[in-house]
Design a protein around this ligand. Structure first.
Ligand SMILES: Nc1ncnc2c1ncn2[C@@H]1O[C@H](COP(=O)(O)OP(=O)(O)OP(=O)(O)O)[C@@H](O)[C@H]1O
Length: 264
């Protein structure tokens, strides 16, 4: 049956008034993020109007020259530091709407963080370090999940060792397993391979890649290294506190080209 003219017109009107199509869902992101340190002549704009969102189940590398704002962005995204202005969200939650207790709880349950220097507790065994975020949250955790993480990370025969009895690569694998223990919405990693030899670094990168491919984990990693960034699905480039480039499916070559074009 042919639509009556009035109806056609109504549909057209409703289309005109319809909200814009939904953007791709994001696991986390920042909106017009600004962060300055110091005042007056000494002020530094570490973040100068950054808009970036991270798709769920993807591995993103954040690159840029020294001092471009990478660590500041990561720390603000993870709720470890606060923006001067703008907004940060993790999942459905804007961090500015949380009080200190709620922010601590969100960080514990929805955010994993991997540091360059591993940051393991020296007096705890590898297994105790891995389940620490669950213990702190008073949770038992999903034993089958922890088992799967431990198997994927390949540390079953090292679980009773303390960090000092493990190599750097093994310590970082414990740190990544710890970040995965709570099945967080997102894992942030700040130069996770910076203190590792190239073989151990490759193991960690492959492990993070597997966590994204097999577990659907979302990972955002700061790195200087084009080889490390080539494991990611996307590379976002910062310079002087601004996003200046965004590459899909980066390879070492496309990353080097982008860095050259930005004068890195
Ligand atoms: N706590 C602070 N106090 C003052 N200035 C700071 C502070 N933290 C960072 N900055 C400045 O903010 C800018 C961005 O620093 P940030 O550490 O985020 O850069 P980055 O890209 O991670 O550098 P790198 O690659 O060297 O680690 C730099 O100019 C830095 O000196």
């Amino acid at each position: 049956m042919a639509a009556r003219p009035g109806r056609v017109r109504l549909v057209a009107m409703s289309e005109m008034m319809a909200p814009p199509p939904p953007t791709v869902a994001a696991a986390a992101g920042v909106i017009d993020a600004r962060k300055s340190y110091g005042v007056g002549d000494a002020a530094v704009n570490a973040l100068d109007g950054v808009d970036v969102r991270f798709e769920p189940g993807k591995f993103t590398a954040i690159m840029g020259p020294s001092g471009s704002g990478k660590s500041t962005l990561l720390h603000c995204l993870a709720g470890l530091d606060a923006l001067t202005s703008g907004a940060v969200f993790i999942g459905e939650t804007y961090l500015a709407e949380l009080n200190d207790k709620e922010l601590t709880e969100l960080r514990r349950s929805q955010v994993g963080f991997v540091f360059q220097s591993f940051n393991l507790i020296p007096t705890l065994t590898a297994k105790e370090n891995i389940v620490l975020p669950l213990a702190l949250g008073g949770q038992e955790g999903d034993e089958a999940w922890i088992d799967r993480v431990i198997d994927t990370v390949g540390l079953r025969d090292r679980l009773s060792h303390r960090p000092s009895e493990l190599s750097g690569g093994q310590q970082q694998r414990v740190a990544v397993a710890r970040a995965l223990a709570t099945r967080p919405t997102i894992i942030f990693a700040d130069e996770p391979t910076g203190n590792l030899d190239s073989n151990s670094g490759t193991e960690i990168l492959q492990f993070m890649r597997d966590a994204v491919d097999e577990f659907g984990q979302t990972i955002v990693m700061v790195t200087h290294d084009p080889y490390a960034a080539s494991y990611a699905d996307r590379a976002v480039f910062l310079a002087d506190g601004k996003v200046v480039g965004d590459l899909a499916s980066p390879t070492r070559d496309t990353i080097m080209e982008q860095m050259a074009s930005l004068g890195h």
